[in-house]
Design a protein around this ligand. Structure first.
Ligand code: PEP
Ligand code: MG
Length: 547
């Protein structure tokens, strides 16, 4: 049997299933406390203890997990929520029922907001479960203990669980819920754990069943035959060997250079990128610095953050993206209007134009940071749909001291008009995540249409080819910075279509570097040509593999 979901990364794993216990039952509505004051005190204390426990777990875990757990600890002590819980106890609810109701109401509100906010609802639900467990004297639901390695299967994983996963024991994660930007996905990616999220049939998996998890294909093979398990173990070993190969600049077998760059979200990611041999940064997602900010950060604050990143790459290219607010990454100081379809709304450069002061400040901060460091700063605008937007952005960026301004190609119209866009832009970088979403009309956050979210789709590849041709004709750089660049077989095809640089999560660099070294430019072009003739993503994959 084969189950499918949204793969995180492209790693493989195989082993026996261990299921995470199901959530606690809903606390009864019928019970009421004997002594309201005592119940309030008991509940306050449970909330505080959970906050302290989450903070302590965060301190132990460090890194990205710490930020997530600290945010959860704040939820447990959020004054509005705590007041709501206490008011409900005052109305005769037990502490556990009051926590259940108050947190649930807040969760529903977050889900209503959609995108990034909706995915934080799981974190809030986890905090509630921990408090309820404490109040009812049962253990909080958590990762099962095991002496031997296993594949963890859960409805969804809370950050508190993912943060402290024992990587010697957990071979892979499979979750029923969660999208590509859920915390399970974010943390799995940052800790290089193979994961498949949004596996709708995950509830059918039983403890002890053997599975092969193929994150690259988003597939779980249940009860595989021995041959499949052996082949999986061989591939895992080969990839491990490739990961230990010497770090060399990206190139094809015939010496054609392909710059291998890192996607980062801030200075915390730079050390790993440098260590894994990134030749610079191909995408610095600046909005991650400001997701929790209530107001736009000052020029000085921004300059410090940018300078810290640029200093990690002396003499190297660092491509910074102007704030890409909206849709899956709403920023409260930029996205203030209600939209039915935020992915098709005022996002990226569109919203920056309505708040030009914020764009000007960011570009100024970037230019000032670059002047203080030796990195080669390139700056690009997200969500550009037509040449006029490129003219607007590049002119403003140059006016404010940015030497190399460019734009992202994430919308099909921009790909089709790439030659006109390249009249004003110094470079283009293709964001295959959004380009796939818009080409296939499939929301990248929706598990139900995940099958359409495949950058191997020949329609996406045709658009990449168009941009590649335009770049070659203009003598300007075409890069790729979406997840597609991290798939080694697809990376070869993208180079065949004209990409000169590939930017990816640093963990993927070694595999892509090794794969590029196995083909000449002519072979890459032949694979690309074969993929372009296919009628589906699966057929394109197969055609490239046999070309
Ligand atoms: C993309 O859309 O491919 C991209 C690189 O940007 P993001 O994933 O941040 O939208
Ligand atoms: Mg994008």
């Amino acid at each position: 049997m084969r189950l499918s979901g949204i793969g995180v990364g492209r790693a493989l794993a195989t082993g026996p299933v261990r299921r995470m216990p199901d959530p606690l039952p809903e606390p009864s509505e019928a019970e009421s406390p004997a002594d309201t004051d005592a119940e309030v005190a008991r509940t306050r204390s449970a909330l505080q203890q959970v906050a302290a426990e989450l903070t302590e777990r965060g301190a132990r875990a460090g890194g990205a997990a710490k930020d997530v757990l600290d945010a959860q600890a704040l939820m447990a002590e959020d004054p509005t929520l705590v007041d709501d819980v206490i008011a409900r106890i005052g109305q005769g609810r037990t502490g556990q029922r009051a926590v259940h109701e108050a947190f649930l109401e807040f969760q529903v509100m977050l889900v209503g907001l959609g995108g990034y906010m909706a995915e934080r609802a799981t974190d809030l639900g986890d905090v509630a479960q921990r408090v309820i467990a404490r109040l009812t004297g049962v253990p909080a639901p958590g990762v099962p203990e095991s002496e031997t390695p296993f594949v963890l299967v859960a409805r969804d994983l809370a950050p508190a669980d993912t943060a402290l996963l024992d990587l010697d024991k957990v071979l892979a994660l499979i979750t029923r819920d969660g999208g590509p930007t859920s915390h399970t996905a974010i943390l799995a990616r940052s800790r290089s754990i193979p994961a498949i999220v949004g596996v709708t049939d995950a509830d059918s998996l039983r403890d002890g069943q053997t599975v092969v998890v193929d994150a690259g294909a988003g597939a779980v093979e249940v009860d595989p035959d021995e041959e499949t398990v052996a082949a999986t173990l061989r591939t895992i070993e080969e990839r491990r060997a490739a990961a230990n190969a010497p770090i060399t600049p990206g190139a094809l077998a015939d010496g054609t250079k392909v710059q291998l760059l890192a996607n980062i979200g801030g200075v915390k990611d730079t050390a790993k990128a440098v260590e894994l041999g990134a030749e610079g940064v191909g995408l610095f997602r600046t909005e991650f610095l400001f997701l929790d900010s209530k107001s736009a950060p000052t020029v000085q604050q921004q300059k410090e953050q940018y300078a810290a990143v640029l200093k990690a790459f002396p003499g190297k290219k660092v491509v910074v993206r102007a704030l890409d607010a909206g849709a899956d990454k709403p920023l409260s100081f930029l996205n203030d209007s209600e939209e039915e379809n935020p992915a098709l709304g005022l996002r990226g450069l569109r919203v920056l134009r309505t708040h030009e002061d914020i764009l000007r400040e960011q570009l100024t901060a970037l230019a000032e940071a670059a002047a203080e460091t030796e990195a080669e700063l390139w700056v690009m605008a997200p969500m550009v749909s037509e040449p006029e937007e490129s003219e607007y952005f590049t002119a403003l960026a140059r006016e404010l001291g940015i030497k190399v301004p460019g734009v992202m190609v994430e919308v099909p119209s921009a790909a089709l008009l790439a030659s006109q866009i390249l009249k004003s832009a110094d470079f283009v970088s293709i964001g295959t995540n959004d380009l796939t979403q818009y080409t296939l009309a499939a929301d990248r956050l929706l598990g139900t249409v995940a099958a359409f979210q495949d950058p191997w789709h020949p329609a996406v590849l045709k658009l990449v080819a168009e941009v590649g041709r335009a770049g070659a004709a203009a003598g300007k750089s075409v890069g790729i910075c979406g997840e597609a660049a991290a798939d080694p077989a697809l990376a070869v095809v993208l180079v065949g279509l004209g990409a000169k640089s590939l930017s990816m999560t640093p963990a993927a660099l070694a595999d892509v570097r090794a794969e590029l070294l196995t083909v000449t430019l002519e072979q890459a072009q032949a694979r690309a040509a074969a993929a372009l003739t296919a009628g589906s993503a699966a057929a394109a994959r197969a055609a490239a593999a046999t070309a």
